[in-house]
Design a protein around this ligand. Sequence first.
Ligand code: NI
Length: 255
Amino acid sequence: MQFIDTHTHLSDRAFFGEEDSVIHRALRAGVEIMLQPDVDSTERDAMLALCRQYPGILKPMLGLYPGSVKEDWRDEMNLMMQHLDVKPVAIGEIGLDYHYGAEFAAEQKEAFRTQLELAARLGLPVNIHLREATDDFFQILDDCKHLGLVGNLHAFSGSYETFCRLGKYGDWYVGIGGVVTFKKASLAEAVKKIPLDRIVLETDSPYLTPVPYRGKRNDSSYLPVIAEKIASLQGVDIERVAEQTTLNAKTLFNL
Ligand code: NI
């Protein structure tokens, strides 16, 4: 079985000094490609250096994470733009996040629109981080419909209704991770109904560790645990989940 982790932060501090062993453990678990979302200029060089060390296995995105959008976001964007020659697989992770307050909501929305336009100009998909800003997100997607964007909502934890709403914008996917294994999460109910051909797998590691490993650091080697849970919710075998989600990721990110 082959898996693709469409969102893992291997350059996160949590992996410092252990990147090689974590990557090899993931490869042994069948995770052959690990997409690296961009956050901001504090992490970017480390992320791109790691991708250069593992060509074909680690593939970078470029983007400014909404939590890193402050009054200086245009400077941050300019720093990011200097790296376009790395041939990113997507513009991400970009989006809106009001969880820690909406102080920079206006800047977040402007940075998001600007990066959606960049993705359209470059013909790249987008990897979206969305937290507590669903209405503003769909408002911007409405405004940007003419761009014909494709992408996925990473760490999807929304309802089936939100998934259906997303479907109106074209060829969009949802990234399903460890949250689907959490007992209190309602996501499992939604995943029973979301067609497998709209799902890509992700860990968002080092965060969102799946059950039964909660409390430990997450990494890409746990991706089959997430696939197994989706398989049981959908009443199919894990091979089917591996095959379809791998095809979805290859299609969306042109891998
Ligand atoms: Ni992330």
